[in-house]
Design a protein around this ligand. Sequence first.
Ligand SMILES: Nc1ncnc2c1ncn2[C@@H]1O[C@H](COP(=O)(O)OP(=O)(O)OP(=O)(O)O)[C@@H](O)[C@H]1O
Ligand SMILES: O=P(O)(O)OC[C@H]1O[C@H](OP(=O)(O)OP(=O)(O)O)[C@H](O)[C@@H]1O
Ligand SMILES: [Mg+2]
Length: 294
Amino acid sequence: MTTEPGSRGDRPLLRVAVPNKGSLSEGAAAILREAGYSQRTDSKQLVHLDSDTGVEFFYLRPRDIATYVGEGTLDVGFTGRDLLIDSGAAAEEVLGLGFARSRFRFAAPTGTDYTEESLDGVRLATSYPRVVGQYLARRGVTPRLIELEGAVESSIRLGIADVIADVVETGTTLRQAGLQLFGEPILQSEAILIKHTGRDAMPTAYDTLVRRLNGVLIARTYVMLDYDVDNDHLDEACKITPGLEGPTISPLARDGWYAVRAMVKRAEAQQLMDQLWDLGARAILATDIAASRL
Ligand SMILES: Nc1ncnc2c1ncn2[C@@H]1O[C@H](COP(=O)(O)OP(=O)(O)OP(=O)(O)O)[C@@H](O)[C@H]1O
Ligand SMILES: O=P(O)(O)OC[C@H]1O[C@H](OP(=O)(O)OP(=O)(O)O)[C@H](O)[C@@H]1O
Ligand SMILES: [Mg+2]
């Protein structure tokens, strides 16, 4: 028998559930690739072993992933926070991954005046009955839940529901269906990594996966800023770019000048570069971080 590098005998070191389609699948494969794991090359492939790391990936329906992880069949999985809660599976969130962000909201035809408290006995269509049922039960409200697979926004026009609770990203689908939001946001969702609840003894490959994913998230969130500044403005410049643990300061060959290097939030980089320029800093460069371990 041949042994794959990174695996023990024919058993993979870690078995990971990855969404095979829908809003989560591309983002999950992309973050795994960025974290250095190979992914399937054909969308019909059900299983893929990354032989360098001994991690085996199972491509499954997004809704089923929490069930597999909750049953302990697979070690970890990529899913949505809303899907995890709706599953009721014995699985817990390990890490928010920052993509497939959405809000889960109530909506009703424009011009109506539904409130959360008015939903007792009202026909409420949703693909997430447990999320909605639990949320309203905490408020002592019991709607008539109508469970649908998707295209929930059409259910009111088609006469099978009075209100809906569904995933909202831009709000375009709601608007096109002539619906308006009401009530509070039920939950904010995003892609997450999950593991079995209460399973503490995880393989080393799990720690490596989490560290690598965290590294990608940091690399996506931050850029490296480099600039030159003179001694008179060094302290002020370091206040603008304190970095994570303090900026790196190196003397330049030019007398009285320093090179400074610090990580800054990508979203703030342009504004910080303007501030540094106004202060007298020059040769200000922002560089992408390809990967990180902090
Ligand atoms: N338009 C959207 N924008 C961002 N996230 C979304 C959007 N639609 C669904 N999601 C998220 O995707 C996850 C659901 O994935 P799932 O594959 O079951 O549905 P989907 O992406 O709507 O795909 P499909 O309806 O084509 O099967 C949930 O976490 C949900 O919050
Ligand atoms: O706020 P928006 O940007 O319009 O996005 C939200 C819509 O996207 C998803 O639908 P999808 O296209 O996946 O179809 P589905 O309802 O059949 O799942 C979700 O279920 C909403 O309907
Ligand atoms: Mg959908």
